[in-house]
Design a protein around this ligand. Structure first.
Ligand code: ADP
Length: 638
């Protein structure tokens, strides 16, 4: 048998050199790379078997085996996959397809400068040299009767030799393990069965084929009756499958039971409650990926904290790459958990590269559109379930209306609101369906809570006219509503703005006349009020907005609402105070009464009325002590 020695390509020499001398962290990923290669090789064999009836490969179970040997300091990774012919070994192991390209030369340069980034580049098989001083690969192509042994210590050349592989087709990789690099605090022992088991669990748990290893354990010795003998143990060696193989996401959705989905959810999240909902699909076309995404039924404890990590786990062909891949979903879908498994990404994609990766961007786009469509279906077909999700994560989805311009039209129909109509949730479409004759706009009011809004004077006339008003009580609403100016050509209008129009032409005419005559009559009172509150309000206006209350404050169409101002103050932001208009209800008897007062008393009452308006809308009053004294005085006078 002849041994042939060949030189590595220059680029590979450089990679190996870095691998051997510069890389100290994440060395454990070599196992992920080798197992993934084995799994691919079994995939290929399966494919060939299904397309080539001539190929006789026997019916041994397809699997990957790890054989550690502590005494010899070796680790073998064995598969019964398709194997390689001699030509293939030369082609695949020892040359790099994209060598010579400018891009690659530049990558090598980058690797030299930042060896810790090495994992990002396509290094696959060569990563074995991070942990081994010598690597040998014995492989035999399915359908052939002679195998090839490839051996190298990574120093520039490799040897090739013919040898029949006893087990037939497949590949055995034997690593002669190095001692841990000097200075490494916790050198991992890659011949240790527990170390290997935990690395497999971490990176390769969902590999489709069993990854087996002999595990030894101490078990009590048994006496003749089968009872354990105290203090006596023996070493038992058993084959163990290290991976769960349960890559649910690559199975066809109709073959997966609900119970399995739920169990898997608990496996990938640390959430012990059942998920509210899941979406399982496979994308074909420009990006091929499998995706299993869950919506939790509970809000995580750290939700909305800035440091909260989010995003599904990323896999590449069933190999774990990373948790919380934030680039896969926009922030407004940050409650979504689960797995995305790409067919197109390289295994060694890293967090740094992912931010710019165009595959990732395309996957994210597809995921968003699929998810939003799914929510729309839920909303129409499983309303109760959708409302449950909305109650937990609706406020998060609302962020999308303001932040994701391209998907705004898909997000808007998903919005649900509480309103003056009933206790039920309503969509904008449903609201429009209930609009009164002559109603042209969609009315809303923002505030801290529904209870707070329900009693607002601003709603009095609208209630009388049977106009429905949406309650917007999430902090995000003020922000969202700036982007949501229209729905189905109907304007969304805040009931606290000064230009609110509630009347039809005829009513308007009559109202104008009424207001004009009331205005003339009450002029002395409004003048006093204006003078008393000059520094705090923009104007005093008679209006028909109110029914029972005497006064309310309204903002200009372009000004922030009172609620917005309170929110910004609560966040510690300086708020340029915009003066508002005090609207008065000419039909309220208080003004009639005030006509008979002296100017000084009118001013006193103006102050009280102004403070009432503030209290009613939930804003703080400026001088509570003074207000309280004024009220006491008033009580003494009646
Ligand atoms: P990659 O897996 O990214 O293509 P590698 O350097 O890991 O890069 O492997 C190069 C090629 O060698 C693989 O594409 C495959 O064709 C072949 N190969 C590696 N390991 C095996 C194996 N266990 N069985 C069969 N072929 C293998």
């Amino acid at each position: 048998m002849t041994v042939e020695t060949r030189e590595f390509q220059t680029e590979i020499k450089e990679i190996l050199n870095l691998m051997i001398h510069s890389l100290y962290s994440s060395r454990e990923i070599f196992l992920r790379e080798l197992i993934s290669n084995s799994s691919d090789a079994i995939d290929k064999l399966k494919f060939e078997e299904s397309t080539n009836a001539e190929l006789k490969t026997g019916d041994a179970a397809k699997m990957i085996r790890l054989v550690p040997n502590k005494d010899n300091k070796t680790l073998q990774i064995i598969d019964n996959g398709v194997g390689m012919s001699r030509d293939e070994v030369v082609k695949y192991i020892g040359t790099i397809a994209y060598s010579g390209s400018k891009n690659f030369v530049q990558k090598i340069q980058e690797m030299k400068e930042q060896p810790e980034l090495i994992g990002q580049f396509g290094v696959g098989f060569y990563s074995a040299f991070m942990v081994a001083e010598e690597v040998s690969l014995h492989t035999q192509r399915a359908g052939e009767s002679m195998g090839t042994v490839w051996t190298s210590n990574g120093d520039g050349s490799y040897a090739l030799e013919e040898a029949v592989r006893e087990a037939g087709h497949g590949t055995t990789i034997t690593l002669k393990l190095k001692d841990a690099p000097e200075g490494e605090e916790n050198p991992q022992d890659f011949a240790d069965q527990w170390t290997l088991k935990s690395i497999v669990k971490k990176y390769s748990d969902f590999i489709e084929y069993p990854i087996q290893m002999e595990m030894s354990s101490e078990e009590p010795e048994l006496d003749d009756e089968g009872k354990p003998v105290e203090g006596k143990f023996k070493t038992v060696v058993k084959d163990e499958t290290l991976n769960s193989q349960k890559a649910l996401w690559v199975r066809a959705p109709k073959e997966v039971k609900d119970e399995e989905y739920k169990e898997f959810y608990k496996h990938v999240t640390s959430d012990w409650s059942d998920p509210a909902d899941w979406l399982h699909f496979r994308a074909e076309g420009t990006q091929e990926f499998s995706s299993l995404l869950y919506t939790p039924s509970t809000v995580p404890f750290d939700y909305n904290q800035r440091e909260m990590k989010y995003g599904p786990s990323l896999y590449v062909k069933r190999v774990f790459i990373m948790n919380n891949c934030e680039e896969l979903v926009p922030q407004y879908l940050r409650f979504v958990k689960g797995v995305i498994d790409s067919d197109d990404l390289p295994l060694n994609v890293s967090r740094e590269l992912i931010q710019k990766d165009k595959h990732i961007q395309m996957i994210r786009k597809a995921v968003v559109s699929k998810m939003l469509r799914h929510f729309a279906t839920l909303m129409s077909k499983e309303r109760e379930k959708y409302e449950g999700i909305w109650e937990k994560f609706g406020a998060t989805l609302k962020e999308g209306v303001a932040s994701d311009y391209t998907n705004k039209d898909k997000l808007t129909p998903l919005l649900l609101f509480k309103s003056t109509a009933s206790d039920a949730w309503t969509s904008l479409k449903e609201y429009v369906g209930r609009m009164q004759e002559g109603q042209k706009e969609i009315f809303y009011m923002t505030g801290e809570s529904i209870a707070n809004l329900q009693t607002s004077p601003h709603l009095e006339r609208l209630k009388e006219k049977n106009y429905e008003v949406l309650y917007l009580t999430d902090p995000v609403d003020e922000w969202m509503i700036n982007s949501l100016t229209e729905f189905e050509e109907k304007k969304l209008v805040s009931v606290t703005k000064d230009d609110l129009e509630l009347d039809n032409e005829e009513e308007k005419k009559k109202a104008e006349e009424d207001l004009k005559s009331a205005g003339e009559k009450l002029a002395p009172v409004t003048e006093s009020i204006k003078a008393a509150l000059e520094s705090r309000i923009k104007d005093v206006k008679l209006s028909r907005r109110l029914v029972d209350s005497p006064v309310c404050l309204v903002s200009g169409a372009q000004d922030p609402s009172a609620h917005m101002e309170r929110l910004m103050e609560a966040m510690g932001q300086a708020v340029p105070k915009s003066k508002r208009t005090l609207e008065i209800n000419p039909e309220h008897p208080v003004f009639e009464k005030m006509l008979s007062f002296e100017d000084a008393q009118r001013k006193d009452w103006a102050e009280i009325l102004y403070n009432q308006a503030l209290i009613n809308e939930g804003s703080p009053i400026e001088d509570p002590q003074k207000f309280s004294k004024q009220i006491s005085a008033l009580m003494m006078n009646t």
